[in-house]
Design a protein around this ligand. Sequence first.
Ligand code: GCO
Length: 406
Amino acid sequence: MIKFPQNFLWGAAASAYQVEGDNVSSDWWQWEQDAAREHSGLASRHYQLYEQDFDLAKSLNHNAHRLSIEWSRIEPEEGKFSQIELKHYLDVILSLRSRNIEPIVTLHHFTNPIWFAKSGGWQNRRSVARFLSYCEVVTRALAKYVHYWITINEPNVYIYHAYILGIWPPEVKSYLRAKLVEDNFVSAHIKAYRLIDKIYRELGLFNPCISIAQNVMAFVPCTMNLKNRFAAYLRDKWYNLGFLDKIMRHKTMDFVGVNYYSRQLVEVKKWGIANLAMDVCKNNHHPLKKNSLGWDIYPEGLYEMLLSLKKYGLPIIITENGICALDDNLRWEYIYSHLKNIHLAVENGVNVTGYLYWSLTDNFEWDKGFGPKFGLIGIDYNTYKRTVRESARLFGQVCKTGVLEC
Ligand code: GCO
């Protein structure tokens, strides 16, 4: 029997664009219309059905839920803030609180307002000021009911897909412009942290807990030659820890938000910058079970990562961990094995204070569409009927007791 610490945050995570539906003022919505892509459309209709979803989360003994605020709803035109949408998100937050579920609120989860994207998005040096203006309006509206804030979700994933691979909007392929965006993201987080903190002090409220949600991967050398080991080290330093180190230096992180999914098997063909940064093993060496997107299932990577994050001396919340799978037995096996590795890290002195499974319901998996099924709760996209999966009930028992039966 494995017992997790008292007051552990247990629940699930989601993002507005992937679950709400009809986010028509978002750059992603426009991008979907411009190309023959799967449209997010009504997504999981969470905008209308959030009370139903939170009833299910409550029935599954969740005491925390991570959501994001859709910037393009709050500010569909630059400088014009929607009181109706601010009220909607206040209702969502109060709906969680009324069920004794702790809201963990993300301010930026990959999507931007169309007007922001048209002005150059995060490449524009005014992007930071624009983001702060949005953050101020939302923070003042929700501060009283929100203890946990995530300023930016996975800046590394967003930059990699949108500015290096160029497969997400705005489809740029430029290391230089990626670096510019990263600098603006770092500045945006640091200033947003200080702004949120100032607002809470002005309002005479408790101290909020503010961080980012950082995607981290287990970079594992395929063979232990120097190129592979050096590349794995570089990727860990840049991809996993670079942003965290920067915001830690500016003392703008109250906990470490960690999104962990998988392993990357590093096999570098030759000594070259792009090779060291990107080459992976394509021969399926050291094969592992995979999710339906082909990502390796590698729970021990989370243990190793948590040990390396101990250096920050801060509480750590697993803000995302999940699997897309048609076989729900594999979903429970994934959850169980990752929880075991989290607990092993706790036994080794790592201060993990929460685990949020990605995701509460099936949802829109960005450029992959609705195919990947991550949800604890399945969605029938013809009727929007919710079906609680067996893995959700098994996880719900752990949420209730804090105990993982061996
Ligand atoms: C991410 C995002 C989520 C994804 C999830 C599965 O980590 O990329 O936070 O929006 O849907 O991780 O890929």
